[in-house]
Design a protein. Structure first.
Length: 122
């Protein structure tokens, strides 16, 4: 981690239904994409905060993270506030990690129906 700084990486994805398997699959897909896009090793991850839209209650996204090797990473789940018009069936991630990339080089990842959340990051 020589010359590394703490960076925050953002990501979001959606599911079709409030289903434990769909939540797990979408969470794994997003985490893997975030780590690969930013060339981050799990050992460099400090913590991960997951939020879900209020309509997702069938499973904790953190459970899926543990299933792909995030055993020693502090993980926390929370529910997004119920803002009228907000994206439904949405999983969001804020990951803190050590990285040698600048803020401008960090690649935030938005998948599935969450791609339109941040047009400025495409």
């Amino acid at each position: 981690m020589t010359n590394s700084l703490v960076r925050a990486l953002r990501g979001a994805t959606t599911v079709e239904h409030d289903d434990p398997e769909e939540i797990a699959d979408a969470t794994r897909e997003l985490l893997i994409s975030m780590v690969q896009s930013n060339e981050i090793d799990v050992e460099e991850i400090i913590s991960v905060l997951f939020t879900t839209s209020p309509d997702l209650t069938a499973a904790f996204p953190a459970t899926a993270a543990r299933g792909i090797g995030f055993h020693t990473v502090p993980l926390m789940c929370a529910s997004e506030i119920d803002v009228p018009g907000a994206k439904k069936l949405c999983i969001r991630i804020m990951m803190h990690a050590y990285s040698t990339r600048t803020r401008e080089e960090i690649r935030h990842v938005y998948l599935r129906d969450a791609q339109n959340l941040r047009d400025d990051l495409r």
